[in-house]
Design a protein around this ligand. Structure first.
Ligand SMILES: [Zn+2]
Ligand SMILES: [Zn+2]
Length: 280
């Protein structure tokens, strides 16, 4: 690997759909796979969430034979964020070391519990004992920071979501990526903790499941709006903001319109689409 590749900080979307995989024609441009984001920096592979998008990412990792140490950061355990774990190819290879991280969630004692909890009958035919990778499971306590390498630092905050969720800020080489999904905001009220957390980020990806108009009818669902993401991004001097976690009913046409509005106010920003790749 060249020195320049080592210093690169790249983020790629493998799944941007929230709630449920949506292989519908009118969603083809943004993609129908559920939540999965790949981060490459300092020669490391970091994955944020393991929705259905992680299947193709696993194929890529296996074919590239580049990253044998993988950190998977789970925001929480709703199906759209974990359902791809049993289909992630590197989990079935002894060549890989895979560290799986998650914050404390209601109803689960630890991160292994979270994975074994849905990989069991009658929901799934086999349990995590089928994995052959050298995998380990880590719990994140509230507001914990940790290092993936001496150069890669990760900060966390808890989010407002049914059962709990965790946001991650990955810092490398004086650049930062803030990954903030799933979370709800109260109309007209700033979540100051998130705004402080994303301060000056080079890239901010946010739960923009809804629009401000739709929010009242989805109260307590635990989601936010693309407008709220944009307001926070501007106040926090974020360089680029991408609306993410698109609802299954959100069409490509609507997303194009949302992107137009976002990019008018924050050039270089927009909506997250599958296969979209951003160099920080
Ligand atoms: Zn979700
Ligand atoms: Zn959720």
């Amino acid at each position: 690997m060249t020195q320049s590749t080592q210093n690169e900080f790249r983020v790629k979307f493998w799944g941007t759909r929230g709630s449920l995989a949506t292989p519908d024609k009118q969603c083809g441009k943004a993609g129908g796979n559920t939540i999965c984001v790949e981060v490459e920096c300092g020669g490391h592979a970091i994955i944020c969430d393991a929705g259905t998008g992680i299947r193709r990412l696993g194929d890529k990792i296996l074919s590239e034979k580049k990253h044998y140490s993988i950190n998977l950061l789970l925001s929480h355990a709703h199906y759209d964020h974990v359902e791809g774990i049993p289909f992630f190819g590197p989990m079935f290879s002894r060549d890989y070391t895979i560290e799986i991280w998650c914050g404390k969630l209601d109803g689960s004692a630890n991160t292994f519990d979270i994975v074994s909890g849905f990989m069991r009958r009658p929901y799934f035919p086999v349990g995590p004992e089928v994995f052959t990778a050298n995998s380990s499971f880590h719990e994140i306590v509230e507001l914990q920071s940790f290092d993936i390498s001496p150069e890669i630092h990760v900060k966390t905050i808890p989010l407002i979501h049914p059962g709990g969720a965790t946001a991650y800020r990955i810092e490398f080489n004086d650049k930062s990526f803030a990954y903030v999904t799933d979370t709800e905001h109260l109309p007209g009220e700033t979540n100051q903790q998130i705004e402080d957390f994303i301060q000056g980020a080079d890239l901010f990806v946010y739960d923009a499941s809804l629009t401000d108009d739709e929010l009242p009818q989805f109260e307590t669902f635990g989601h936010s709006t693309w407008q709220e993401g944009l307001r926070m991004a501007k106040r926090a001097n974020v360089k680029r903001y991408f609306a993410f976690h698109h609802m299954p009913f959100r069409s490509d046409d609507e997303l194009d319109q949302i992107e137009l509005e976002i990019s008018k106010e924050l050039p270089g920003s927009g909506v997250a689409r599958e296969n979209g790749s951003i160099l920080l």
